[in-house]
Design a protein around this ligand. Structure first.
Ligand SMILES: [Zn+2]
Length: 55
């Protein structure tokens, strides 16, 4: 996956790559819900805004 992500990132501008990484990085302090864009705290299995299960 790391190689694929790097290849993809080569075609993107740095700001877009950083935004995408922040949205999908489950190791981050918090994540963004893909359904409602709400903030999901680290370690949470569900989005507190809409209840989407992410883990
Ligand atoms: Zn949500």
């Amino acid at each position: 996956m790391e190689v694929l992500q790097r290849d993809w990132a080569d075609g993107q501008d740095a700001e877009a790559v950083a935004a995408a990484a922040a949205a999908i990085d489950l190791d981050a302090d918090e994540a963004t819900c893909p359904a409602c864009q709400g903030t999901i705290p680290a370690g949470s299995e569900r989005c507190p805004e809409c209840g989407l299960r992410i883990a």
